[in-house]
Ligand binder design. Structure first.
Ligand code: DX5
Ligand code: ZN
Length: 226
């Protein structure tokens, strides 16, 4: 898989867990590029969501790559399980990974795209010495744990600075942004340099997830071309 161009990644955290297949089919019809899967352990973040068995089940159903966002302590212990379950992308938080270089190497050794995630209060400089090894970077624009939170505007500045840092190390790795993304913030994020847009409430919190997915792409693509 390649990660170039605008990628729309609906977050199933806001979907109806009793009708996950139906909801995923809707966003795929709407042109979703990735399916964003939020794994939370009730320890690294104050919420518990889903894990390996759900990723395995989704793999049989989804036609788009699975973008697995691990919000868990000690992520190293579960990389193989998620890779075996069919994750196409795995991202780990720098705040949770003690040996980030090893973890990123481990993810890549499984043929999975590897990303590092930073929380709103984590400075972009924390990524300086790992940037060249990353397939993508994920900037949290809310504090992780829940869908439907307000976008933290300072994240846009972080995206801009990261884009420059990536350029400095000769990397074209995409920047993913996650939290409070809707058509307005999506436009701002793309103009700051993000290209993978995660959206939960702005997709599944609407009456028509298919149309909402399409609307995000329309606005993001327009900004990217401008
Ligand atoms: C938050 C998760 C997000 C969340 C985004 O911790 O990582 O992926 O589902 O939801 P919205 O788009 O509603 O902020
Ligand atoms: Zn997420």
């Amino acid at each position: 898989m390649t990660l170039s161009g605008i990628q729309i990644a609906p977050s199933i955290l806001s979907a109806d867990f009793a009708h996950l297949g139906r909801d995923i089919a809707a966003v795929e019809r709407g042109g979703a590029d990735l399916i964003h899967v939020d794994v939370m352990d009730g320890h690294f973040v104050p919420n518990i969501t889903i894990g390996v068995p759900v990723v395995k089940a989704l793999k049989k159903f989804a036609t788009r790559p699975l973008d697995v966002h691990l919000m868990i302590s000690e992520p190293d212990r579960y990389i193989d399980d998620f890779a075996n379950a069919g994750a196409d992308m795995i991202s780990v938080h720098v705040e949770a990974a003690t040996h980030l270089h090893r973890t990123i190497g481990h993810i890549k050794s499984r043929g999975v795209k590897a990303g590092a995630v930073i929380n709103p209060a984590t400075p972009v400089t924390m990524l300086e010495d790992i940037l060249a090894d990353l397939d993508f970077v994920l900037v949290m624009s809310v504090n992780p744990g829940f869908s439907g939170q307000a976008f933290i505007r300072h994240s846009l500045d972080k995206v801009r600075r990261l884009r420059e840092m990536l350029h400095q190390v000769g990397s074209a790795a995409p920047i993913e942004i996650d939290g409070g993304i809707d058509p307005l913030t999506a436009a701002e994020a793309v103009s700051a340099g993000a290209s993978i847009l995660v959206a939960g409430q702005a997709v599944f919190g609407t009456p028509d997830a298919e149309a909402a997915t399409r609307a995000l792409r329309t606005v993001a693509t327009a900004v990217a071309r401008a």
